[in-house]
Every structure is written in structure tokens, then in C-alpha cells.
Design a protein around this ligand. Structure first.
Ligand code: 13P
Length: 246
């Protein structure tokens, strides 16, 4: 059985005060033992603070990006060992905002994915098509191509060390979530691509997930949780989504 997981992606939001309040809200609400796993991916400057606040909680910590290199002269980059040093367990790789605004190629994303799982982090590989690609009927080609770059470098057994998040670009931050059936169709395609390893790999849906849409998404056979942007910035909404995954 795959354990459901809900991951919050705070993106570039918050400050010391609001992030502290958010962390307090989460740790106060998400106590005790749960069937599903929960984690938050916070901006780099708040990782130490979040590590402290989440210590002894059952909320995991993650980052939103990582370098493909070990260390050295890479100004502005952050390494896997720096993240694990501060208690991170997860890292997003290939988020569409990185692919778009930082021109990250699928080859680079694959290298980041490999570096992460080989050095103690669980990479969350983000894949997804733009509206234009969906309308041109290219969704499976695009998502398949993004997955294959990782499979080529890491093999299916390497990919199985991480998590996949299907995030259609047109659904991110737009309030227009994919319907449960649309998401399920792509998730089942992804599972097929993953072959024999597919059964154990968790595939999350992301894109305008809200408390009132989460439950129907989680009822789908191949949806194993969510990657949540906007709604993860309000403790109450995020916790409601986490509860829906139980
Ligand atoms: P929203 O939930 O704000 O649409 O963002 C989704 C996302 O990009 C999570 O990584």
C-alpha cells in the first residue's frame, strides 16, 4: 500500500513572523499519529527556523530546489548536504516555475533528482503540461518525455526512490484545478510509464488543490496525495487538505 502524502510548497512567500505563525498553526493542529504523511517545502532562509519548529512534530521538512553539484564555486546555489544538515527530508525538483523562469531543462532536473536521492533526500519530481500542450493533445508526450529523462539517467529503480508530482501548468495558481478524472487519467498513464516499479511510487496531484476539492481528488485510484501551493499558506486550509488524505 502506498502511504498518502500531502506536501505544502510555500514558494517565495512569508516573513519571519508570518512563517512562525504558520508553523505554529500546523504543529498545533497536526498532532498525534496519522495515516498520511505531511511535509512543507519552505524558502531557504526559513529552513533553520522551520527545522526547529517542526522538531518532534510529525511534519516533515523540505526545500524547493537543490543544486546538481556537491559543493564549490556555484554562487547562489544550495547543496543536498546543506539541506540534510538542516534536517530536510524532501526536495522539489523540476517545478514548472523553475523550468520556466530559470530555464531548467529536463536533463538538469534529472541530475538534481539523482543527486538528491543518492545523498539522503527524497526528490519530488514535478511534471506537467502547459495549456497549449494540452490543447494540442500533447499531455502524455510532454509528461512522458519529462519522466523519461529521469529514467534514462537513474533507471526505474532510481525513480522509485522519489515521488512524482503531476502539476498541469495551467492549473497552478489559477484556481482551475484539473477535474479528478482528468488528473486520474494522467496519473494512470504515469504509473504505466513507471512499469513494474510503478506500484510503489507515489504520484501526487498539484494545481489549485483546496480543502473542498481535495477529497474527490484523493478518491482516485492513482492519486496518492497532493502538492499544495496557495492553500498551504493558511494552516487551517492546509490541515483540512491533510485530513482529507487520511
Ligand atoms: P497552487 O496550489 O497555488 O495552484 O500551486 C500548486 C503548485 O505549484 C505546488 O507546487
Amino acid at each position: 500500500m502506498r502511504r498518502q502524502i500531502v506536501i505544502g510548497n510555500w514558494k517565495m512567500n512569508g516573513d519571519s513572523r508570518s512563517n512562525r505563525e504558520l508553523l505554529d498553526g500546523l504543529t498545533n493542529a497536526w498532532t498525534g499519529v496519522h495515516q498520511s504523511e505531511v511535509a512543507v517545502c519552505v524558502p531557504y532562509p526559513y529552513i533553520a527556523m522551520a527545522a526547529d519548529a517542526l522538531d518532534n512534530s510529525n511534519i516533515g521538512l523540505g526545500a524547493q530546489d537543490v543544486s546538481q553539484n556537491d559543493n564549490g564555486a556555484y554562487t547562489g546555489d544550495v547543496s543536498v548536504s546543506m539541506l540534510t544538515d538542516f534536517g530536510c527530508r524532501y526536495v522539489l525538483v523540476g517545478h514548472s516555475e523553475r523550468r520556466e523562469y530559470h530555464r531548467e531543462s529536463s536533463e538538469l532536473v534529472a541530475r538534481k533528482f539523482k543527486k538528491a536521492y543518492e545523498n539522503g533526500l527524497i526528490p519530488v519530481l514535478c511534471v506537467g503540461e502547459t495549456l497549449e500542450e494540452r490543447e494540442a493533445d500533447k499531455t502524455f508526450d510532454v509528461v512522458g518525455g519529462q519522466l523519461h529523462k529521469v529514467v534514462n539517467l537513474c533507471g526505474l529503480d532510481g525513480l522509485a526512490k522519489g515521488i512524482v508530482a503531476y502539476e498541469p501548468v495551467w492549473a497552478i495558481g489559477t484556481g482551475k484545478s484539473a477535474t479528478p478524472q482528468m488528473a486520474q487519467d494522467v496519473h494512470s498513464y504515469i504509473r504505466e510509464v513507471l512499469g513494474p516499479e510503478g506500484d510503489q511510487i507515489r504520484i501526487l496531484y498539484g494545481g489549485s488543490v483546496k480543502p473542498d476539492t481535495a477529497e474527490d481528488l484523493f478518491k482516485q485510484k492513482d492519486i496518492d496525495g497532493a502538492l499544495v501551493g496557495g492553500a498551504s499558506l493558511k494552516a487551517e486550509d492546509f490541515v483540512a487538505i491533510c485530513r482529507a488524505a487520511e
